[in-house]
Design a protein around this ligand. Structure first.
Ligand SMILES: Cc1ncc(C[n+]2csc(CCOP(=O)(O)OP(=O)(O)O)c2C)c(N)n1
Length: 368
């Protein structure tokens, strides 16, 4: 029996279009209308400033825990910019920028992080799912939706986001396998931000890349420089076009970095070095993109200053509206309202009991 090499129909590429200094590889420049380039830039800048403001609010005790996205703006916005409004976006917990791109208001993001599920409701006109906290679970939801789209012969596609850590979950592998077998129109966008809380990418898998995992499931995979919004946009565009044309799923690994903490509940200084963070700071997706836009004469420093002011005002108004609304929300009895269409007897009993406790507490408080 001879040993011979099995030739596989895939090759792995890494795509980078704008280098770390913002220098462009002209031969790879995607054809993106100026209007979309500027919209992407505004969204990236707004996402960064929103993150900074959310961190302040959290530190002041005005909202609860949240997962910052600083550093990942290019990865998520470059990807989601390829979707039509009627496509589906299935996020995890770090897609604030992508959700806002899809129509979520900053107000609702604040309300969600403030602890109120009213902020989790996707906009009616968008086919998006709410935030998924169980790591990797959303990949299965996305494949289910994509199979439904295929069954209904629609040309809508589904894009799901997850991190490097999620690729160690069974859900991810089941989703990839099912999508490959059934050729579901789904785009798996992995934001490899190098860390799953305190677990580094090197302890997540022995694979050289995450992108190569695509091949085991019979779908194309590519690694892109995730801090290069042009590269992310171009690679995801190909994947979306394939899915829309009935050519099945794809996997895109965005090689990026989470510059802040995992969530506001952890301290990254305990598990990673300042040098590492500084090194990645030098690859900031926003400064890189601004250099490109300036070289194209689409953006000037004065435009950036103006945008910064506008965004600041926008964020402030969202904070004011969200805080006003949060004052009115939060009746403890609400916890009984959103699980069952008809409340079962044992919960009805508990609701009644809590209601009495709350009334007597209030009466006691009124009597001083
Ligand atoms: C099933 C499950 N296990 C564990 C957790 C706790 N947890 C929350 S985020 C996280 C790490 C996720 O890392 P990654 O997938 O790389 O995404 P990132 O947070 O880096 O964006 C873990 C273990 C969870 N939410 N769900």
């Amino acid at each position: 029996m001879p040993r011979k090499e099995i030739k596989l129909p895939y090759k792995l590429e890494r795509l980078s279009i704008l280098d770390e200094k913002g220098k462009l590889d002209k031969s790879l420049e995607p054809d993106i209308p100026d209007e979309l380039l500027l919209k992407l830039h505004r969204a990236m800048l707004a996402a960064r400033r929103f993150d900074e403001r959310l961190l302040n609010l959290q530190r002041q005790g005005r909202i609860g825990t949240f997962a910052p996205i600083t550093g990942q703006e290019g990865a998520q916005l470059g990807a989601v910019a390829n979707l039509r409004p009627d496509d589906w976006m299935v996020p995890c917990f770090r897609e604030t920028a992508a959700e806002i791109w899809r129509g979520k208001t900053m107000d609702n993001a604040i309300i969600y992080f403030g602890g109120f599920d009213e902020g989790a409701r996707p906009e009616d006109e968008r086919n998006d799912l709410p935030i998924a906290v169980p790591v990797g679970s959303q990949t299965l939801h996305a494949v289910g939706l994509a199979c439904a789209m295929k069954y209904r012969r629609k040309d809508t596609v589904v894009m799901t986001f997850f991190g490097d850590g999620a690729t160690s979950e069974g859900d991810f592998h089941e989703a990839m396998n099912f999508a490959g077998v059934f050729q579901a129109p789904v785009i798996f966008v992995c934001q490899n931000n190098q860390w799953a809380i305190s677990v580094p990418r090197s302890k997540q898998t022995r694979s050289e890349t995450l992108a190569q995992k695509a091949f085991a499931y019979g779908m194309p995979g590519i690694q892109v420089d995730g801090n290069d919004v042009l590269a992310v946009y171009a690679a995801v565009k190909e994947a979306v076009e394939r899915a829309r044309a009935g050519e099945g799923p794809s996997f895109v690994e965005c090689d990026t970095y989470r510059m802040m903490m995992h969530t506001t509940a952890d301290d990254p200084k305990r598990y990673r070095s300042e040098e590492e963070v500084d090194e990645w700071r030098g690859r900031d997706p926003i400064t890189r993109f601004q250099k490109y836009l300036k070289a194209k004469k689409l953006l000037k420093d004065t435009d950036i200053e103006k945008l910064e002011q506008e965004i600041k005002g926008e964020i402030q108004s969202a904070v004011d509206r969200a805080e006003a609304l949060m004052k009115k929300l939060g009746d403890p009895l609400d916890m009984f309202s959103h699980t069952y269409a008809e409340i079962p007897p044992h919960l009805a009993e508990q609701k009644e009991e809590l209601s009495q406790v709350l009334t007597s507490d209030k009466q006691e408080a009124n009597h001083g």
